[in-house]
Write a protein that binds this ligand. Sequence first.
Ligand code: OGA
Ligand code: MN
Length: 278
Amino acid sequence: MPLTITPLSNVLAAEATGVDLREPLDDATAEALNHAFNSHAVLCIRDQHLDPGQYVAAASLFGEPVQQVNRYSRFPEFPEIGILTGDTRDSRGERIINGATWHTDHSFTKQPPLGTILYAVVIPDKGGATSFCDMRAAYQALDDDMKRRVDGLKAVHAYESSRSPRRMAPRTEEEVAETPDVVHPLVRKHPRTGDPALYMSTTRLDHIVDLDREDSNALVDTLLAHATQPEFIYDHEWRVGDMLIWDNRCTMHHANGNYPIEEKRLMHRIMIEGEIPV
Ligand code: OGA
Ligand code: MN
């Protein structure tokens, strides 16, 4: 079966069929998949059957897998693979959903991963989609005055930002010292396509450099509301065997916890090393 790339929405995301990532890939196929990833920003490769070793090898198609940070939910023999379940509960017995608000992964680090990959092992019957928004399209749709206003601005990203709706688990002084705040451009240029995109996160973006808190919050709120309008969004309904990579440089995403409490969801997660945003 030949490799086929088909868009999944009018804005971002495409699916790839006709490829089995257990087999060695020829250069043309590897290039076609990377090209589809760079142009569609979300690429879902359907119908895969990957054990952890095959998954790491398949992920390497897009770059260098990095170690997952949470050392308690990784495969011991494959520290690049994080195990993402919907099994953790709060004190009231409600499911804890990580990444429930719009974000891009690890923007609190100096060199955030260029992409994150989820491989769907178990999915609920209904619900549990992942939502994506296109920060290139959102930037392009700003009026000229706003584009001029945001071009060249910088933003401080923090492990636990003051704006975050989510409270993180308590950390030791040593752990806090490991994650100093970082500064990233508010509009970053995609290193492969050259496209400008807003670079933001509801959980990590703390404030815009050189603006007072009130002006900064107002601008960030306006831009986030703009970027997360329905016309920029694609909701991915998972199928078992999907290996989906998203581009952290030009999209935001969030998880949806809207599936029955007794249902399981299991993803194997890999992040791909990225560049310093410019
Ligand atoms: C992530 C994430 C969303 C989901 O793994 O970084 O945000 O739907 N996941 O599980
Ligand atoms: Mn995430």
